[in-house]
Structure formats: structure tokens, C-alpha cells
Design a binder for this molecule. Structure first.
Ligand code: SF4
Length: 385
């Protein structure tokens, strides 16, 4: 005799869940713990054996089973700076994605090794701008006679190669918190900006914070000849946006905003500036992950928040603030698949290998690339506040 599906002790995805929140409902019956207790113990023991020799960084979008071992949590830039502030730790384990570990390697001392627990943890946005493509784009700008007046600005979410390209051409790195300051600085130096690799952050900052018209921005498509733009279009534009986006934040739509407003009276819509322009236009508040966290922390009890960012973070915020109604903006589950590659088995392997004196999965940026990338990062640090 088979057991009827409904009598089984496990909660099926979506069944009985609370659609208005990320909290779900209690699962009936005996369930295994969320993380394998044997692995949790191995991670704890290896970290304890390493003591001050290891510093574990956890990006906000990491899984709970990983974030519990982080010495510090934050966004990519905060984490890179935290790594640089710990010169006494020879090992930095970066629970995040590849470009973040590269930045940590650039900003830390030579005697420190930066480890990425899974080398396959990349970033689809960073991968949308390769060095060769950006070099080719610069040639197109030179052919159009405008390269001398263009200042390149790259989002932190880009490879070390791209940061180095920007450093070589007198530009700067920016984060989602300081993009406007970076653009103000860049327009004080040149007439146009080439913004890499996230078109949405570039457009949202230019239009919503700097008063540009949408028509002042053009999109350079690296998969089309000359970026798909005429020389006149390039000469007329003030902002040349690279055709890149975040596969997580790019999923939110204007329909998700309208749907949540219909469903949850009085809801506040809070989104990351990597979201599409129409989503940001429909939101109440826009800001970086750090801003999102602070906003939810400061929100009054009983208030409702639909948050447009990665699901691990939204779920953690919902659990940390049970007095507030915190929900995911979209109905579709939306983790960052590359961030999620860092799991407990990979973290255990990294920590146990380090404890045994073996550095695995080290991320090392070559000296020349690091030199120019550091110039672009230093320029960001020097931006007027
Ligand atoms: S959330 Fe988006 S930008 Fe961040 S690592 Fe994932 S794909 Fe890259």
C-alpha cells in the first residue's frame, strides 16, 4: 500500500506555504537538520584549529549554512576592505564569487592567500564583459574620435582584467552605494562615461540621480559590430552603457511590483539598483544590499516590505525580523546560482586543507593586472565624500 502524498511528513514545495512571506510554514513530522551535523562539526573543528590564521568572509547572498562560519558579512567592497584590514591572517577564505576574491587578493598583502571554496563560483554579470571585448569597444570609440573624452567607470562586479583596463585609462571602480559620486567625478574629468558592465546600475544612476534623459544613454552590445551603434550615436551620447546585467536582479519585472502592490496593501517596495529601470521607477526605495539591510532593520513593526534582491538575503531578513512582513518581490524563487555553489562541503574542504597546511583554490591576480586594478580601486577610495 502506498502512503498518500498528503500524509507524508515533508512539506512539498509551495504546498501550504505562505505566499505573502518568505517564512513558509512549519513542516510537520521529523525532519533532518538543514545542514549535515557531521559537516557542521568538521567546519567548526577546522576553523578552531586554524584560529587567527584564517579569516572567513561571507557575502550577504551566501547560504545560511555557510554564513554561520563567516567572521564578517557584507557586500563585496566591504568584504575586500575587511580582508585588507586583517594582515595578521595568512588565509582569507572568501565565501562569495570570483571577482570578489580577486579584489580581496588585490587589496591584501603578498603573504596572504585568498581562497575561493569553489572555483566555479563566478558571476554572470562579470562574465558579460571580457577584456578583449572591452579593448575592441575602446577601438570603436577611438574610430569615432571620442575616446579621449571618455572616462571608463566599472562596477565592482567585474573581473580584475576589466578593473585594470579602467585603471590604465584613468577611470574608477564604483559600487552600488557610490555610483553617483563616481559619475560626478568622471564627468568632471571627461565629457562621456563608458559604464561597465551593468547597464541597469549605470542607467538608473544617470537618469534618477544625475538628471540625464534616457536618450542621453546608449547601449553598447559587444556581440554586434561596432557595438550596434553608429558613430553619430556614440558622439551624441553622454553615457555609453555596456550591455550587461545581473541574472538575479534582472528577473524582477514591473508586473512583480504591480502584483505585490495589489496583493499586500500598504507594502513598501525596496529594490537594488541592478534591477531594470521600470522596476526601479515603480519602487518606493532603491539601494545597495547594505542599504536594504539597514532599511529593514529600521522599519517599524508591522510594516510590509517586498524586497527585490537575492533570495538568501531576503529570507534571512524575514527570519531576523519576524515582527515585520518581509517578502520576496517576485513569486519565482531566485537565488544567485553561482553564489550558491559555495556550500558546506566546499567550505569544509577549504578549511580542512588549510588546517593541514595545503592552500587549495587560491585566487591570485598577476602583478601587472593587480597594479592597474589597484589604481582604479584607489581612485574609488579617493572619491570625494
Ligand atoms: S547576484 Fe548577480 S551580480 Fe551578484 S554574483 Fe550573482 S549574478 Fe553576479
Amino acid at each position: 500500500m502506498t502512503t498518500p502524498v498528503r500524509d507524508l511528513p515533508l512539506l512539498f514545495l509551495g504546498e501550504g506555504a505562505d505566499p505573502a512571506s518568505e517564512r513558509g510554514v512549519d513542516c510537520p513530522g521529523d525532519l533532518p537538520p538543514a545542514s549535515d551535523p557531521a559537516l557542521v562539526e568538521r567546519a567548526r573543528a577546522a576553523k578552531e584549529a586554524l584560529g587567527d590564521r584564517v579569516f572567513v568572509l561571507g557575502h550577504h547572498y551566501q547560504r545560511d549554512e555557510v554564513i554561520q562560519f563567516a567572521d564578517v558579512t557584507g557586500d563585496s567592497f566591504k568584504l575586500a576592505r575587511q580582508a585588507a584590514a586583517r594582515p595578521e591572517a595568512p588565509y582569507i577564505v572568501f565565501c562569495g564569487v570570483h571577482f570578489m576574491a580577486e579584489s580581496a587578493d588585490i587589496l591584501t598583502a603578498d603573504h596572504q592567500s585568498v581562497v575561493l571554496p569553489d572555483l566555479a563560483a563566478g558571476c554572470s554579470m562579470a562574465d558579460m564583459a571580457t577584456f578583449d571585448q572591452v579593448e575592441e569597444c575602446w577601438d570603436v570609440l577611438e574610430d569615432a574620435g571620442i575616446a579621449d573624452g571618455v572616462v571608463p567607470v566599472t562596477y565592482m562586479n567585474s573581473s580584475a582584467d576589466i578593473k585594470a583596463f579602467v585603471g590604465r585609462h584613468g577611470g574608477t571602480v564604483c559600487t552600488s552605494s557610490n555610483a553617483k559620486r563616481a559619475l560626478d567625478w568622471a564627468y568632471g574629468k571627461g565629457e562621456k562615461v563608458l559604464f561597465l558592465p551593468d547597464q541597469h546600475l549605470g542607467r538608473n544612476t544617470a537618469v534618477l540621480e544625475m538628471g540625464f534623459a534616457l536618450d542621453d544613454c546608449v547601449v553598447y552590445n559587444p556581440h554586434r559590430p561596432d557595438g550596434g551603434l553608429t558613430q553619430k550615436e556614440l558622439r551624441d551620447a553622454k553615457m555609453i552603457l555596456w550591455r550587461g546585467h545581473c541574472s538575479v536582479h534582472g528577473r524582477f519585472s514591473k508586473e512583480s511590483v504591480d502584483e505585490v502592490r495589489d496583493r499586500v496593501p500598504g507594502v513598501n517596495v525596496l529594490v537594488h539598483p541592478e534591477c531594470r529601470h521600470e522596476v526601479v521607477l515603480g519602487a518606493d526605495l532603491i539601494g545597495s544590499t547594505e542599504y536594504i539591510i539597514k532599511t529593514i532593520e529600521a522599519a517599524p513593526s508591522g510594516s510590509s516590505w517586498a524586497v527585490g534582491t537575492e533570495l538568501n538575503l531576503v529570507r534571512r531578513l524575514a527570519n531576523a525580523h519576524p515582527d515585520k512582513n518581509v517578502m520576496f518581490l517576485d513569486k519565482t524563487v531566485c537565488f544567485c546560482s553561482t553564489m550558491n555553489r559555495i556550500d558546506l562541503p566546499h567550505l569544509v574542504r577549504s578549511l580542512e586543507s588549510l588546517a593541514a597546511g595545503e592552500v587549495v583554490n587560491r585566487i591570485q591576480v598577476d602583478e601587472e593586472t593587480a597594479h592597474y586594478a589597484r589604481a582604479a580601486l584607489d581612485q574609488m577610495l579617493a572619491l570625494p565624500s
